[in-house]
Design a protein around this ligand. Structure first.
Ligand SMILES: [Zn+2]
Length: 407
C-alpha cells in the first residue's frame, strides 16, 4: 500500500479489494489466534454471568448475606456505616469465591495468548488495588442508596437511578487523576517528533491541551491504546508506550484523531445519557424483582425487607440478569460512538492507511472479520473489516490526499 503521492490514478479505487488486501496481510495462524481469543470471550460472558448468579444465590440461600449484615450491625448502629461494612465483607468474600475464574480469565488466559506482560505478583497487586478501589467506591454508593430506600420508600428506585448515574459521572471525572495513576505511571511526552504533530492535531480540532502524556501500559500488556480525558481546565491527551513503540507516526496520528473524536463529539456525556436510560430501566426492574423475590423467599434468606443491606446479592443477581440480556444494546451504544470517532479520526488525521494498520494490530485480540449478527451482539468496537472499510472508503473519496501534500 503506497501513499499514492499526488497522482490521481486512472482506475477507480476499489474499496473492497483494498480492505481484503489489508486483511490478507495478517498470517492465517495469527488470525486464527486472535479470533480464538475473542470468540473465547463470548463464552466467558456466559460463564461470568452464570458464576455471578450461582454465587449470589449461595450468599442468599446459605444465609451468608444475612450473617454479614448481622456482623455489620454488631459493629455499629450507624446505618450508612453498616451498609459500608456490609459491602466490604461482600466484595472480599465474592472475590475469594470467584478467584479461580478471575485468575484464569485475567492471568492464565492472557498469558496463553501472549497478551500479558505481567508476573503473577504484579497481576495480584493490580487485583488488590482494584479490589480496594471497588470497596471504597461501592461502600460510598451503597450507603447513599440505602439512605434513599429508607427515606423514599416505594419510589426509591427513580432517585436511586439518578444517584447512580451521577456517581458514574463522578467516577469518570476523578478516574484520570485519582484511579488510573494507581495502575500506571504517567509522564510528559518529550519527543517533539511525536508531541508536535499530536498537539497540532489537537489545536486544529479545538482541544485545549498543551502537553501530551505517556503511560506505561506495557507493564500490563502489549495492547496499543490512548485517550483524551478531563474537562475544561484538565484536558489531558494520553497515549500508551505500546502505541509509541509499535506504531508509525501516521498510525499514531490516526489513533489520536480517533481519541480526539471522542472528546470533540462529546461522547462521555452522550454515553452517560444513553447508558443512563438503561440504568433507569434497570432500577425499575430491580425494584420489581426485589419485591417479588422477597415476598417469596425473603424469610428463608433472612432478609427483613428492601431496607436491609442483606438484600445486596439479590440486587446484584437481578442486575446481572438485566445487563446480560441487554449486552447487545450496551455494546451497540458503545460501538456506534466508536465508529463515529473512527470517522472523525480519519477526517482529522487524513491517515486512512495508518488507521488500517492500527486496526490490524487490534486483531491480536479482536476478531477482524466477523459476521454482521456476531458484530452486533458481541462487539463494543467496530470489527477490523468495518473500520478498514471506513478508512478505505475515505481514501477512495480523497484521491489526492496524502500526508505530504495535505489538501
Ligand atoms: Zn474509541
Amino acid at each position: 500500500m503506497g501513499q499514492g503521492g499526488s497522482t490521481v490514478s486512472a482506475q477507480p479505487f476499489d474499496v473492497k479489494a483494498a480492505v481484503d488486501a489489508y486483511l490478507a496481510k495478517v498470517p492465517p495462524q495469527q488470525r486464527a489466534r486472535g479470533d480464538a481469543y475473542f470468540e473465547g470471550g463470548y463464552w466467558l460472558l456466559l460463564w461470568d454471568f452464570l458464576s455471578t448468579v450461582l454465587v449470589m444465590w449461595m450468599l442468599l440461600r446459605f444465609l451468608w448475606s444475612a450473617r454479614m449484615r448481622d456482623l455489620a450491625e454488631r459493629i455499629t448502629r450507624f446505618k450508612p456505616l453498616q451498609a459500608a461494612l456490609y459491602w466490604v465483607q461482600f466484595v472480599v468474600l465474592v472475590s475469594i469465591i470467584t478467584f479461580p475464574l478471575t485468575v484464569y480469565e485475567g492471568f492464565f488466559r492472557e498469558h496463553k495468548y501472549d497478551l500479558s506482560n505481567q508476573t503473577f505478583a504484579a497481576w495480584m497487586r493490580d487485583q488488590a488495588i482494584g479490589l480496594a478501589v471497588g470497596a471504597v467506591l461501592g461502600a460510598l454508593l451503597l450507603a447513599v442508596l440505602f439512605g434513599l430506600v429508607r427515606r423514599l420508600g416505594k419510589n426509591w428506585w427513580v432517585w436511586g437511578a439518578v444517584v447512580s448515574v451521577v456517581f458514574i459521572a463522578f467516577v469518570a471525572l476523578i478516574a484520570p487523576v485519582f484511579i488510573f495513576p494507581l495502575f500506571n505511571k504517567f509522564t510528559k511526552l518529550e519527543d517533539p517528533r511525536i508531541k508536535d504533530p499530536i498537539l497540532s492535531l489537537a489545536r486544529a480540532n479545538g482541544i485545549p491541551a498543551t502537553e501530551v502524556y505517556e503511560f506505561d501500559a506495557s507493564r500490563q500488556s502489549n495492547r496499543v491504546s490512548a485517550n483524551v480525558s478531563g474537562f475544561a481546565g484538565t484536558t489531558r491527551i494520553s497515549l500508551n508506550d505500546n502505541l509509541l513503540k509499535r506504531c508509525t507516526l501516521p498510525e499514531i496520528e490516526s489513533t489520536m484523531g480517533h481519541e480526539m473524536g471522542h472528546y470533540v463529539l462529546n461522547h462521555q456525556f452522550k454515553g452517560l445519557v444513553l447508558n443512563g436510560v438503561l440504568v433507569v430501566i434497570a432500577f425499575a426492574f430491580l425494584n420489581w424483582g426485589v419485591n417479588a423475590s422477597l415476598a417469596r423467599w425473603g424469610e428463608s434468606w433472612g432478609i427483613r425487607g428492601m431496607t436491609d443491606v442483606a438484600v445486596v446479592p439479590l440486587a446484584v443477581l437481578l442486575l446481572s440478569v438485566f445487563f446480560f440480556v441487554l449486552t447487545p444494546v450496551s455494546n451497540t451504544i458503545t460501538r456506534t460512538m466508536e465508529y463515529e470517532a473512527d470517522i472523525f479520526g480519519i477526517n482529522a488525521s487524513q491517515q486512512p492507511d495508518g488507521e488500517a494498520e492500527v486496526d490490524l494490530k487490534l486483531g491480536e485480540y479482536r476478531k477482524l472479520d466477523p459476521g454482521p449478527v456476531e458484530e452486533f451482539i458481541f462487539f463494543d468496537h467496530p470489527s477490523g473489516r468495518t473500520r478498514i472499510t471506513a478508512a478505505m472508503r475515505w481514501k477512495a473519496e480523497h484521491p489526492a490526499a496524502s500526508p505530504a501534500s495535505g489538501r
